[in-house]
Design a protein around this ligand. Structure first.
Ligand code: BGC
Length: 820
């Protein structure tokens, strides 16, 4: 290496020194600015800042018209636009804040005389959720409905997810929000969780990397994120009171890991604590979770807010480090003031929490006088969502190259209600108000194909008749928030199928499912399983089209896993399009026509049947009888739609979630984690390691070659199998992954990975430390968790004790955990 000359070295030194000095000064200035503000605040103002200003819920006129005043009077503050406070100044302030961004989930207090600005907090994971139509203006405020998180994870492409985050963040900033209440990164523990569509994966590494990319992308706009729902919130049934009973090891390795990666790699501005209890304590009241783990172990620097109406004890929340209560009520403000005055809450704790909120405030667009344009680049974002969706769709089956469809295929019969009524995303706060959604029918036309109009008319009539029945989902929140309930499939007779097979070149059948917060799905026909009409469509259409030598393609327009094993032999191809966002139809047609070569891989396993899942016997939990039950009061958080039912769910499967279970216990699945086909083929070769003895880290090299005839991308997955040791280990664990660039036929790319001991460490509950046991490890490179293409080994010569962390979240009862 050349030696630096003295001049250059001095120059570099001066630069580094000045930069450090500048950063230190800036930090100091911020500290003193915050300190000044804090010193000037009254107790009332502090209380008003840590308690959100309520959520404006405008009830539809049809609902309130006949409602007696006595019922309206009982509604929480914010309902029907009424602020229920005795303090008229406070009411004035809140009414003003609520005009800032109609449809936002929350706003924090502002005190102009102290230069304390409001923070506008807005959902959610698939894009900004605001009201598209505002009073007194013709301008519209539509946002982009990006693909759901599961699609993004199925791209296995962190760069792409970063670009989606960047686009989302631009909408946050330009529409005047400060913090996006996303990403949501709970583990998809069970296929039936109603919010799985908002979550990335069953694997914590994939989850964490996706979340970090999303946070970095959003925050590159100098707006914030709130990673949620922290933590172990993997079901919706009785979500306000469910007690998740889970071992420390499963928590650290599975349920906290994704959050840990996101905090360490992206430093989100805020974290949203979850509704549930963990081992007996509400997440929002758990000092173990919010201080010991989040701040002490991981170094989180922002503030924590509750989920909307989460937890119940203000003092416990404040002490635990749950800095802000959302959405908050004026009564909670009064209560907090009282708690400080009576000495039940130490004012220093309140100050600490206020300080954290102010520190973040300094970074917000509102504080920094960003002038809101209300003109994000929706056109550019539509292209991003179209691309992200195609890259996350997973081709599950493609017999005899049924796809891409041949150039001479023109006439297309589209069966299934979601061909016309496509589902862009799930319901609840994860739903976006987009300007349009491209149906499959329209996508086909845009792609130069001709969908059968006679069939479309039959479906249009069926949809209209069913919609006129005012369909309800059975999930209170979905119905309350106007979520899309898919219309039930109509039956398709053999005659119609035959008629369509005679006049069309190919059949597409969509199967649609939707769900959302406040309810879980069911292991029943019409939900996890296909219903009779759906089975009949696949049966009759396959028979008729195959008789004519024509292909049948099934397209899954779903937000969570469904059963496929009993019917997947019938069609020629199956494309899992998930819920792909507003460009849905265009994205699907890009894949069908081969304009985009599919490269998505499953971020979650598709079991053969629901009973095969490791969590089936512990989902969604059960009611418990508690002595002296205090949680049964209806309105503890001041914002409660539902009565709290004492409920618990025991994670008996421990660390054996998803493929960690199926692969270890030899349980066959329909489609495994990491699986997905391409129109091309890829060969992996030259797997080698920098050393077969593990020192500080391991470098892994592998060559990937496109051996097919179409350009495409492949996902390279690195799994490790650990030797038999003290701690049971899953058969395989994902430790790294990468996606190739687009490789032309015959082109190769060398992929390099670097993994550290922490990437394959286990959590030892005995001394709360991350350890790697000595022995011979097998390193596998695969195109899926089952399709392992090559292996190598390395040894760890002695046990490694990597890091001792806080003893925290200890279960109060013995868990009968699954062991290998
Ligand atoms: C959801 C959160 C959401 C919040 C605000 C809650 O019901 O669980 O994910 O961010 O509402 O809308």
């Amino acid at each position: 290496m050349k030696h630096l000359n003295l001049k250059t070295a001095t120059f570099i030194f001066v630069c580094i020194f000045s930069f450090s000095l500048f950063t230190a000064c800036k930090k100091e200035k911020e500290v003193s600015e915050v300190q000044k503000m804090l010193k000037s605040m009254t107790l009332e103002q502090k209380a008003q800042l840590v308690i959100g200003t309520g959520m404006l819920i405008e009830l539809p006129e049809e609902m309130t018209k006949f409602m007696p005043d006595s019922i309206l009077a009982k509604m929480p503050s914010g309902f029907n636009g009424i602020v229920k406070s005795k303090d008229t100044n406070y009411i004035k302030m809140v009414e003003k804040l609520w005009t800032y961004l109609p449809g936002t989930a929350g706003v924090t207090a502002e005190f102009s005389s102290l230069n304390i600005t409001s923070q506008v907090l807005t959902d959610g994971p698939a894009g900004l959720r605001i009201k598209p139509i505002h009073k007194n203006t013709n301008q519209t405020f539509y946002c982009t409905a990006f693909p759901i998180a599961t699609v993004l994870a199925s791209t296995w492409d962190t760069q792409l997810v970063y670009s989606v985050g960047k686009a989302m963040g631009e909408e946050v900033k330009e529409y005047g929000s400060d913090i996006l209440l996303a990403p949501a990164l709970n583990i998809q523990r069970d296929p039936l969780c109603g919010r799985n569509f908002e979550y990335y994966s069953e694997d914590p590494l994939l989850t964490g990397k996706m979340a970090a990319a999303m946070v970095n992308g959003v925050q590159s706009n100098e707006v914030g994120t709130s990673i949620k729902h922290f933590a172990a919130n993997n079901s919706e049934t009785n979500r306000l009171s469910v007690n998740t009973i889970v071992s420390e090891r499963a928590l650290r390795e599975i349920y906290l890991k994704g959050f840990e990666i996101a905090v360490k790699e992206a430093q989100p501005w805020t974290v949203m604590s979850s509704y549930n209890k963990i081992n007996g304590t509400y997440a929002s009241e758990s000092e173990d979770l919010l201080t010991k783990i989040l701040r002490d172990d991981w170094g989180f620097e922002g503030y924590v807010m509750t989920d909307w109406g989460g937890g119940s004890d203000l003092v416990a929340q404040m002490n635990a480090g749950n800095d802000m209560i959302q959405p908050g009520t004026p009564q909670q403000v009064e209560q907090l003031i009282e708690l400080v005055k009576s000495g039940k809450l130490d004012e220093n704790i309140l100050d600490r929490n206020v300080e954290r909120i102010l520190n973040i405030m300094l970074k917000t667009p509102r504080f920094n006088n960003h002038s809101i344009s209300n003109k994000p680049n929706l056109e550019a974002h539509a292209s991003i969502t179209r691309k992200a969706a195609t890259d996350g769709m997973v081709l599950l089956k493609n017999d005899n190259k049924a796809l891409p469809i041949l150039k001479d295929v023109k006439n297309v019969a589209t069966f299934g209600v979601t061909s016309l009524d496509i589902i862009a995303g799930g319901t609840g706060s994860g739903d976006v108000n987009e300007a349009y959604t491209i149906s499959l029918f329209d996508g086909l036309i845009n792609g130069g194909l001709t969908p059968d109009s006679e069939l479309a008319e039959i479906y249009t009539k069926h949809i209209a008749t069913e919609r006129a029945k005012n369909l309800k989902s059975g999930n209170f929140l979905t119905d309350f928030m106007g979520g899309t309930v898919p219309v039930a499939e109509m039956s398709v007779s053999k005659e119609i199928a035959a008629k369509m097979a005679n006049k069309n070149d190919i059949a597409l059948i969509t199967i649609g499912r939707n769900s959302g917060e406040g309810g879980d799905r069911k292991a029943e026909s019409g939900d996890f399983y296909l219903n009779e009409n759906e089975k009949e469509i696949i049966q009759n259409v396959s028979e008729a089209f195959h008789k004519n030598g024509k292909k049948v393609i099934v397209i899954l327009n779903i937000g969570g896993v469904i059963e496929t094993a009993s019917w997947n032999s019938l069609p020629d191809a199956i494309l899992c399009a998930w819920q792909p966002g507003q460009e849905a139809g265009n994205s699907i047609v890009d894949i069908l026509k081969g304009d985009v070569n599919p490269s998505g891989k499953l971020a979650v396993s598709f079991p053969m049947s629901y009973d095969d899942t490791p969590t089936a016997k512990n989902f969604p939990g059960q009611e418990v009888k508690l002595v002296g039950e205090e949680d049964d009061k209806p309105d503890q958080s001041g914002f409660s739609f539902m009565k709290r039912v004492p409920w618990e769910i025991v994670y008996e499967e421990g660390i054996y979630v998803g493929y960690r279970y199926y692969n270890t216990f030899g349980v066959p699945v329909a489609y495994e984690f990491g699986y997905g086909l391409s129109y091309s083929t890829f060969e992996f070769s030259n797997l080698h390691l920098n050393s077969n003895k593990f020192e500080d880290n391991l470098q892994i090299y592998v060559d990937v070659k496109n051996t097919g005839h179409i350009a495409g991308r492949e996902v390279v997955q690195i799994y490790i199998s650990a030797p038999q040791g003290q701690l049971g280990k899953p058969e395989e664990e994902l430790v790294a992954f990468a996606k190739t660039k687009s490789l032309q036929p015959g082109e190769s790319e060398r992929i390099t990975f670097k993994i550290a001991a922490m990437d394959f460490a286990s959590f030892n509950e005995k001394n709360s430390s991350w350890v790697v046991e000595s022995g011979e490890y097998i390193l596998k490179v695969g195109a899926s968790s089952k399709d392992i293409r090559d292996k190598n080994t390395f040894t760890v010569s002695e046990d490694l004790n990597l890091e001792t962390v806080s003893k925290a979240l200890i279960p109060q009862q013995k868990i009968n955990e699954l062991k290998k």
